[in-house]
Design a protein around this ligand. Structure first.
Ligand SMILES: Nc1ncnc2c1ncn2[C@@H]1O[C@H](COP(=O)(O)OP(=O)(O)OP(=O)(O)O)[C@@H](O)[C@H]1O
Ligand SMILES: [Mg+2]
Length: 386
């Protein structure tokens, strides 16, 4: 029962809750040897990813799709099955009643991300912002009855589904301490210390999950915090580091390492795991961005060499990178052309195999930019019980 990470304290009701020590860690994190090498590699990989913002002609396009991919992954919880294409079809206006709830969770996640990033341009990363983000995230969803935007007022615990408090794997601090602890975390976030930002980021995520301030959505808010922290510090120009795939794919190890901080005072192992994720994910995202860039060049050339001379074609291709699932009326509205022109352009792209009709129905056709979606969707298929 380590003093470094905190203590288990017997509560009046007869169970023990974990009271985490305040950050910074004391004695401080050991940043030597392998840790230093990992940190340096992670910094490099992240800087290279961030560089994409300056190199890609249309970096915002990448950010939009990539954040949607993150939203899909981060929102996948046991039993939900919405894929990127479901969400895009839903947004393109085709009703998908069966999994409207799942889609709502994904779009909320995208909204929460946008909301947080906008707020951070003028407001500090604060306890208030964390609650507001939670409220956007939970709006109108299955967990929406669970006090959106409010810290919990009851004891919660983590364990196998249906486990009682006595069987819990982890009992976070009592509810009456949550606000104070998040306040202390806020101070740590703002403290001008000499901790390397990525190490700080790993610690913030751990601490947030350990406080477990909400009744639901703690994982999602904690993952958003990683992005917010890095953007707020200007380490990332754009929100491009998303660890959900990494954390969800290895969730058993992830949970064990969070527990190991508590149980063995082992912050270092968790931080190493976190940094390894930063390296892996940054490299993967850099590759994805490059593939998108190449596709953009290739398809622009293909339309030109196929003799499509309409001045609208370049604009349409750009729109498709933002909305890879699209209807003809939408193309018409976006380009400001007649229905007939929109329909002709779409048909030409379909003939070239760039677009593919999804519905098979003559009445409400929907087209997808298949090759692009394939690149984006890579790595969104988590196996296991999601
Ligand atoms: N043993 C543990 N110790 C500390 N935190 C844990 C432990 N196991 C899981 N967690 C954290 O709790 C989160 C789940 O909490 P919660 O259900 O409130 O969040 P969610 O956003 O609804 O779900 P999810 O993170 O699974 O998408 C996990 O993502 C993880 O960060
Ligand atoms: Mg949950």
């Amino acid at each position: 029962m380590g003093q470094r990470s905190g203590n288990y304290v017997l509560q009046p009701a007869g169970y023990k809750a974990f009271i985490p020590s305040q950050l910074p860690v004391n004695p401080t994190v050991d940043i030597s040897g392998e840790m230093l090498a990992l940190l340096s590699a992670a910094d490099r990989a992240l800087a290279r990813l961030d560089g994409i913002s300056y190199i890609l002609p249309d970096a915002d396009i990448f950010v939009v799709m990539y954040s949607m991919k993150e939203a899909v992954l981060s929102s996948q919880i046991e039993g939900t099955q919405s894929s990127l294409i479901d969400v895009l079809e839903f947004e393109a206006g085709r009703k998908q009643r069966q999994n409207a709830d799942d889609v709502k969770e994904v779009t909320n996640y995208v909204d929460a991300m946008k909301f947080g990033l906008e707020r951070l341009e003028t407001f500090p990363l604060s306890s208030r912002l964390i609650r507001d983000i939670h409220s956007v995230l939970m709006d109108g969803t299955r967990g929406g009855h669970l006090a959106p935007g409010e810290f919990r007022s009851t004891q919660n615990w983590i364990g196998p589904p249906g486990a009682s408090l006595a069987e819990a794997r982890f009992v976070p601090p009592p509810a009456d301490q949550v606000a104070t602890m998040i306040g202390a975390l806020e101070n740590f976030i703002h403290a001008e210390d000499s901790l390397p930002p990525l190490i700080k980021c790993a610690l913030i995520h751990y601490q947030f999950e350990t406080i477990h301030p909400f009744l639901d959505g703690n994982g999602r808010v904690g993952r958003l915090l990683i992005t917010f922290f890095l953007c707020w510090l200007d380490i990332l120009e754009r929100p491009l580091l998303y660890l959900s795939y990494y954390l969800k794919r290895q969730r058993n190890e992830y949970y064990e390492l969070l527990s190991a901080v508590r149980e063995k005072d082992d912050y270092e192992e968790w931080i190493r795991f976190f940094l390894t994720g930063v390296i892996e994910v940054s490299k993967q995202a850099t590759t994805t961005a490059r593939q998108i860039f190449e596709l953009q060049e290739r398809d622009t050339k293909r339309t030109l060499s196929a003799g499509i001379t309409s001045p609208h074609i370049v604009s349409l291709l750009r729109i498709l990178f933002k909305e890879p699932v699209i209807s003809i009326p939408r193309v018409r509205d976006q380009l400001g052309v007649t229905y007939q022109t929109a329909s002709n352009l779409v048909s030409r792209l379909a003939e070239l195999g760039i677009l593919k009709e999804l519905t098979g129905s003559p009445r409400y056709r929907l087209y997808s930019y298949e090759e692009y979606l394939r690149i984006i969707e890579e790595g969104t298929q988590l196996t296991g019980s999601f």
